[in-house]
Design a protein around this ligand. Structure first.
Ligand code: 13P
Ligand code: ZN
Length: 271
């Protein structure tokens, strides 16, 4: 049995906050999350039973039904929070929430109490992850310029084209991301449509590019999600460096990619 007061009392000591602080620090250093750009969440799959110290009026309807998150906890960054500040003071910028037994509503438990405007996406994606890829418990969304710039090249603005072109620029990129990059055509930031379209893609993809907006990564932790974003961003940086030098890179030969993936037992995830 848990009470809200117990969560408030122990909030600063909860281990997940260090993952938020460290990842926010690096997001800020990389310049990927400008201003209040980007957001993060971590799901705790363990079922909990709340004592009845939370008034029913405190429950807020979720924009999406999340049966796989029922009776669990989720950490979300607050709307408008800056990564450079989250790094220093995670207890102020990260909030902890309980998802009700029916998977249709949630309530605040501790920390920041104004969840990210991308709450529909985080909830829909965690629900899909809990069902299909339960090891991935963290979601990171950010706005790296080299990745958003790829959306400005019409022939790269889809999942297959951007994966084929960009992930063949470095021999280990496909090993980390054999399933390629998911791609969501333009949707309004914070919309349920953006969340539902992304949730469909995370069944397969660890990274999802949001057209003209930014990118989303999943991982076992936020640090792990950051790793995948780094791999993709490195390749995109190489792409723009080569383009600036007047080279349209061809990248690795298909047979070399297949040979590498076969050697590491990842070919079955290459689509
Ligand atoms: P929040 O500050 O509400 O998390 O929004 C930032 C963002 O990047 C929306 O996509
Ligand atoms: Zn964003």
């Amino acid at each position: 049995m848990h009470t809200r007061q117990a969560f408030i009392d122990n909030f600063a000591d909860l281990p997940e906050l260090a993952d938020f602080a460290n990842t926010a620090h690096w997001l800020s250093l990389r310049g990927w999350s400008e201003g209040a750009g980007g957001n993060m969440s971590v799901r705790i799959d363990r079922k909990i039973t709340l004592l009845r110290d939370i008034p029913s009026d405190d429950y807020i309807q979720l924009p999406v039904h999340v049966p796989f998150l029922a009776d669990t906890l989720i950490y979300l960054t607050g709307s408008g929070t800056r990564t450079r500040e989250t790094a220093l003071n995670p207890t102020q910028d990260v909030g902890l929430y309980y998802i009700a037994k029916d998977g249709q509503s949630y309530c605040w438990l501790a920390g920041n109490s104004s969840p990210t405007s991308e709450l529909p996406a985080h909830c829909a994606i965690h629900n899909a992850l809990a069902e299909h890829r339960p090891d991935d418990k963290a979601i990171m969304h950010t706005h790296p310029a080299n990745l958003i710039s790829l959306c400005h090249v019409p022939e790269l603005a889809n999942s297959k084209a951007v994966s084929d072109k960009i992930l063949r620029l470095q021999s280990e990129a496909r090993l980390h991301l054999p399933e390629g990059i998911g791609y969501v055509p333009h949707q309004i930031p914070g919309s349920l449509e953006l969340g539902l379209a992304s949730a469909k893609l995370v069944n397969v993809h660890r990274l999802v590019l949001w057209h003209m907006h930014g990118c989303l990564a999943t991982g076992t932790s936020l640090a792990h999600a950051f790793d995948y974003m780094e791999v993709f961003e490195k390749c995109a940086r190489m792409y723009w460096t080569l383009r600036a030098a007047g080279i349209d890179p061809v990248g690795m030969k298909e047979e070399d990619i297949v040979k590498t993936l076969t050697e590491f037992g990842r070919l079955d995830r290459y689509t």
